[in-house]
Design a protein. Structure first.
Length: 623
């Protein structure tokens, strides 16, 4: 398998394929050597990560012709070969062996680079399984159709068995990671995964008291660490006896829901411009008093002249705008009313000019970013409006959660989205004094630090903890050891604070790896720094499923069958049009080879289930 990229996702994906699935991987980086034969910093980081995850020494064993071999205890199985290429051109693909590869992942940060490389790779190997990273979702749909058609046209009839492998999958790291980040930040919201008509959500439950019976659930995903033993990490997919017998540890359970939760009504301003924002409060009161004065003059004219009320109001308006004839020779009362009306008209002119200027200013500022309103509290402060931040902002707005954004670059991708959604946004560097205060960090409920810099996120979190020790914090950190040290320090310094760290590359790497392996990943539930995958598999194509009873198809700590998936899309609804929920496994039912099942599994457990060659499990102190 070949992985081409220029950031941390490429390193994570190569480590996932090598360590968990035992695949031979060629990792194409923009620069492997720095100068002569000395490995570059990027190659050093990749070698360090791959060595830690695979259990290898993490050293460069050979440098030949621009390629570097990493890890594997001297064995080619599960090793990663590093290839230097400034761009993914034909020469780079030839060096990586794209003609004999099973799958290719293009995870460059630039969409245009991935598209050009995908078109070139499909032409070089029509049977190649392509996994492409794209931020533009609509373009990704069109690209999938185009490349699938090209694969069908480029496959000859001499090898029909390999034709189904030529699939194209377009994934977005932002779309994959955003729901997990929002679920971690927002209290009460749980990530929902749809699996063949079955809606599943992960719920965290408190520890069981001695003798207490657990509430019914679809499955127990994990046992959380007991207080004081957080370093041990959670236990994923425990057995039923272990899950019900253990006390003093929280649990993450899987629940089935019949319908998706309705979105909460938005408490923020609507997209349209509210009428009250046209004029200031003083101007509105002035116009109200002037309208009352005009009405009083009309009533007085009706009483003094005895005219019809409509005609009396008309004469008052003519006097107000100074377009009526002078009241010469008319009663004194009529003359006094005309003078009062003219004076009122003089007061009306500057008010109309002021109203016009304020309305024009409101329209000019409609395209500007909103400032956080006074009295705002209980909101979410979102730091960073890049690719990830923009998707998280859109998800928070869908849930109707008040948000205040902070972004250093006014041209960032998510600034335009924040402007269109009328979300309050502060432009400035979070490390500068006064920026977080402008976002009302002291009154917020949750801080989401999603910038691309680990140190910037940490500085913002430490400042927020100093201002409000109990604020809920979710920060984006890439490095495992750094994240663990930060978590332990914050836990000891602020025991009442809630802190979570998430790595975007770690959250999305299983989905990319699953697409390269060729199976269907339906979703993932993050459990602290680990992930439980939900996949739909065919029982006959995988070891350990066909021929077993459905209620006994479980391997504690590795995988568990959750449900039987519908055989066809038409089976998803019953006669009343409601979703048919196959969550309850038939008692005594033996899985047939043609059955499709929904399973929850760890990454290593799913690799074992697929019948891949065994590889050493990663160290338990790593994610």
């Amino acid at each position: 398998m070949v992985v081409c990229g220029d950031d941390g996702l490429a390193h994570r994906l190569a480590a996932e394929l090598s360590a968990v699935y035992g695949e031979r991987v060629t990792l194409v980086l923009p620069s492997v050597r720095d100068g002569g034969s000395r490995p570059s910093a990027a190659a050093g980081r990749a070698a360090s990560l791959l060595g830690r995850v695979t259990g290898a020494v993490g050293r460069v064993s050979a440098v030949n012709g621009g390629s570097t071999m990493v890890g594997g205890n001297g064995s080619a199985s599960g090793a990663v070969r590093l290839v230097e290429a400034a761009e993914p051109d034909d020469d780079a693909f030839a060096e990586a062996g794209i003609a004999d590869a099973i799958a290719l992942a293009l995870v460059y940060d630039d969409d245009e680079t991935n598209i050009h490389a995908a078109l070139r790779a499909r032409r070089a190997n029509p049977r190649l399984r392509l996994v492409i990273r794209l931020y533009n979702r609509r373009l990704g749909q069109y690209l999938e159709e185009l490349l699938d058609q090209a694969a069908g046209a480029g496959t000859d009839d001499s090898s029909p068995a390999r034709a189904p492998e030529a699939t194209t999958t377009v994934l977005s790291d932002a779309d994959t990671a955003a729901p997990a980040l929002v679920a971690a930040a927002v209290s009460g919201h749980r990530k929902v995964v749809e699996a063949g008509g079955l809606l599943l959500r992960a719920v965290e439950r408190p520890p069981l008291a001695p003798g207490e019976t657990p509430e019914p659930c679809a499955a127990t995903l994990a046992l959380l660490p007991a207080p004081g033993f957080e370093a041990d990490g959670p236990v994923l997919l425990p057995g039923e006896r272990e899950a019900t017998a253990v006390t003093g540890r929280g649990r993450v359970v899987l629940e089935t829901v019949r319908h998706a939760e309705p979105p909460r009504p938005s408490r923020l301003a609507a997209r349209g411009l509210p009428l009250g924002s046209f004029f200031s409060r003083r101007l509105r009161w002035a116009l109200l008093w002037l309208a009352a004065a005009v009405g009083g003059l009309a009533v007085a004219s009706w009483l003094v002249t005895g005219e019809h009320p409509a005609r009396a109001a008309y004469l008052s308006l003519l006097d107000l705008f100074a377009i009526n004839d002078p009241a010469i020779g008319e009663p004194l009362g009529r003359q006094l009313l005309q003078l009062l009306s003219g004076l009122t008209g003089l007061l009306l002119l500057p008010l109309l000019v002021a109203a016009a200027l304020e309305g024009l200013g409101t329209f000019r500022s409609a395209s500007a970013l909103r400032r956080p309103p006074r009295g705002l509290s209980g909101h979410v402060v979102l730091l960073g409006l890049g690719k990830i931040g923009a998707r998280v902002l859109a998800r928070l707005r869908e849930l109707g959660i008040p948000v205040v954004c902070v972004e250093r670059d006014p041209q960032a991708r998510g600034v335009a989205l924040a402007r269109s959604l009328r979300v309050p946004t502060v432009i400035g560097d979070v490390t500068e004094e006064g920026v977080l205060e402008a976002a009302k960090i002291g009154q917020c409920r949750t801080l989401l630090a999603l910038t691309s810099s680990d140190t910037t996120n940490l500085e913002a979190v430490l400042y927020a903890r100093a201002v409000r020790p109990d604020v809920r914090v979710v920060m984006r950190l890439y490095e495992d050891r750094f994240s663990k040290a930060v978590y332990r320090t914050l836990r000891d310094s602020h025991p009442h604070g809630w802190t979570r760290s998430r790595s975007v590359t770690y959250l999305v790497a299983p989905a990319f790896a699953g697409a390269m392996i060729g199976r269907q990943i339906l979703g993932a539930f993050p459990v602290e720094r680990k992930v439980v995958l939900v996949a739909e598999l065919e029982a006959g194509a995988h070891d350990g499923l066909a021929g077993r009873r459905a209620d006994e198809a479980v391997e504690p700590g590795a995988w568990r069958v959750l449900a039987l998936a519908p055989e066809a899309p038409g089976d998803r609804a019953d006669a009343q049009g409601q979703p048919r929920l196959p969550g309850r496994l038939p008692t005594g039912y033996v899985l047939r080879p043609e059955d499709r099942v929904v399973v929850a599994a760890t990454r290593q457990g799913l690799a074992d289930l697929l019948g891949r060659r065994p590889v050493p499990r990663p160290r338990t102190d790593l994610r």
